[in-house]
Design a protein around this ligand. Structure first.
Ligand code: ADP
Length: 520
């Protein structure tokens, strides 16, 4: 029964920026003279709304009490923009930088609008179990003075424990799509009451991995206008916006991405040129020389996460691994230790790139550049949360200049280069190739025409030996483009051709070799 509203209304070995003009190892122009050293102050970010207060947003007293208890003094920009619109019943797409309070932006209106006796009235879908637990925790904290409760329904947890939690009739369910489908199909959760559906990290939720599940889940919920749908993310590619239209009713797009940049000014971003074989050593060097308080190192593959963690441990660096192949209780323990400030280095897959809100992550290191530039935005967003400062370093190997440029195009800013003069690069394994240390000047590059990465791509030069072909050596001047069909006119014997040339009786005996009598 819907009973309506629930109450009335130092000194360090700091890296130096490259100062040499000309080109760097990625064939990119070096950044202008150093502006931001790691120790230099940065401008405060414009995360918070200039004048607003939570009192002006029309939230109930019980919700305001929870905000006060949680230490939220004034709304962030995205909160000031989204809260009134969601409370008015509108479908919205909210885009704001990472760490600017999107959870509370959609969560506070739910705590405000949910009726106290209706279970599963609000459904929040997120891409990872960790994020589901975090969102449920934050809503329960903000809603502590209300009768509204959120429960995380996630895989890897004991089903009985989750059924027990569901018995209390939580008004808000936070879940990952796979687990939710499973619980609905087993009849443990009904979506008939869903009045509010939220897709957090919507670009991930509507990508190919989750799209079908989301379609089915939203198909089982009441349809608009009986259901209000809310979409949020820091990154919103245009194809995702088109998909959103299919699941909502005239959604209003609210963008709180200020100053045209997708990443917050509070993260000092740099890239470090490194050869692939030097990456592990460079990482160990940075972690031992910089001694960052809490660092998350992102790798592309789970195997790299494990191998790198092992390597760092061998170097006596207290690093811990986290990726999707680990048992949930091990993942939970790592998150718990992160929150307690018990860890110093987390080596993680992109499982940890979205949403994870841990106080005090000072450094994010992209050990592997992500293939998808949007992942970069989410990864570095693990630091500099809610107006704090942070550092993000990206290891870029010589062939990854393009990936870096894609990231820069997306975030609309140039990422400066950082050199580590006290790191000694090593020669390539095998040691045959001519090695040019990234920190040493390269006369060939200096003499080269500056590379303009915004110019159209030029066709690669034709290799010298192709240019010098002497056509008089070929009959009629026709230069063959491939090898003759049979090398050596068939004179080189293969095992098959040898077998075929044998007389039939010998051939049969090679097909069935004589059995050797067993030795006694
Ligand atoms: P996002 O989803 O945008 O990455 P989160 O919702 O995880 O960001 O919020 C980041 C952190 O900021 C969280 O720890 C959250 O509790 C805190 N926070 C959110 N809004 C406020 C606010 N108005 N005042 C103070 N802290 C806030």
């Amino acid at each position: 029964m819907n009973t309506g509203p629930h109450d009335s209304p130092s000194e360090s070995h700091a890296p130096q920026q490259a100062q040499a003009p000309g080109l760097n190892e990625q064939g990119r122009e070096n950044p202008p003279a150093p502006q931001a050293n790691v120790a230099a102050p940065v401008a405060p970010d414009d995360v918070f709304h200039e004048v607003g207060s939570f009192n002006e947003l029309g939230l109930r007293n019980s919700v305001l009490k929870g905000l006060e208890a949680s230490g939220f003094e004034r709304p962030t920009r995205i909160q000031a923009m989204l809260i009134p619109r969601i409370m008015a019943g509108k479908d919205v797409i909210g885009q704001a930088k990472t760490g600017t309070g999107k959870t509370a932006a959609f969560g506070l209106p739910l705590l405000n609008n949910c009726a106290k006796d209706v279970p599963c009235q609000a459904l929040i879908l997120v891409p990872t179990r960790e994020l589901a637990m975090q969102v449920a925790r934050e809503l329960n904290e903000l809603g502590q003075a209300t009768p509204i409760r959120a429960v995380a329904v996630i895989g890897g947890e004991r089903i009985n424990q989750q059924l027990q939690a569901l018995k209390s009739g939580p008004q808000i369910i936070v879940s990952t799509p796979g687990r939710l489908m499973d619980m609905v199909e087993r009849g443990h959760i009904s979506l008939a009451n869903v009045k509010y559906a939220v897709l957090d990290e919507v670009d991930r939720m509507l990508d190919i991995g989750f799209r079908e599940d989301i379609k089915r889940i939203l198909g089982m919920c009441p349809q608009p206008p009986a259901r209000q749908t809310i979409f949020v993310s820091a990154t919103l590619p245009s194809d995702v916006e088109r998909l959103i239209q299919k699941h909502s009713k005239d959604p209003e797009k609210i963008v709180a991405v200020t100053a045209g940049a997708l990443t917050t000014k509070m993260v000092r971003q740099h890239y470090i040129p490194v050869q692939p074989w030097d990456k592990r050593r460079l990482l160990a060097h940075l972690l031992t020389h910089e001694e960052p308080a809490l660092t998350v190192v992102f790798c592309r593959m789970k195997r790299t996460v494990d191998e790198l963690t092992k390597y760092l441990n061998e170097k006596k660096i207290d690093a811990h691994a986290m990726h999707g192949d680990m048992f949930q209780n091990k993942r939970n323990k790592i998150i718990e230790r992160l929150h307690k400030g018990d860890l110093s280095v987390l080596v993680a897959s992109d499982l940890a790139s979205r949403g994870l809100d841990v106080d005090g992550i000072t450094h994010v290191i992209n050990y592997d550049m992500p293939e998808d530039p949007e992942i970069y935005v989410h990864r570095i967003g693990r630091t500099a949360r809610i107006g704090r400062e942070g550092v993000a370093w990206s290891f870029v190997t010589p062939e990854q200049g393009d990936l870096l440029t894609q990231v820069e195009t997306l975030i609309n800013m140039e990422i400066p280069k950082l050199d580590y003069p006290d790191f000694q690069p090593s020669p390539p394994p095998g040691g045959k190739a001519v090695f040019v240390a990234p920190n040493q000047q390269n006369p060939a590059r200096e003499a080269a025409v500056p590379f303009n990465r915004y110019a159209a791509t030029v066709a690669p030069p034709v290799p010298a030996q192709q240019k010098a072909i002497d056509t008089t050596k070929f009959p009629g001047g026709i230069v063959p483009s491939k090898l003759p069909p049979k090398r050596m006119w068939g004179k080189v014997k293969t095992s098959q051709s040898l077998k075929e040339s044998l007389p039939p009786e010998t051939k049969a005996s090679t097909d069935n070799p004589p059995t050797v009598p067993p030795a006694n």
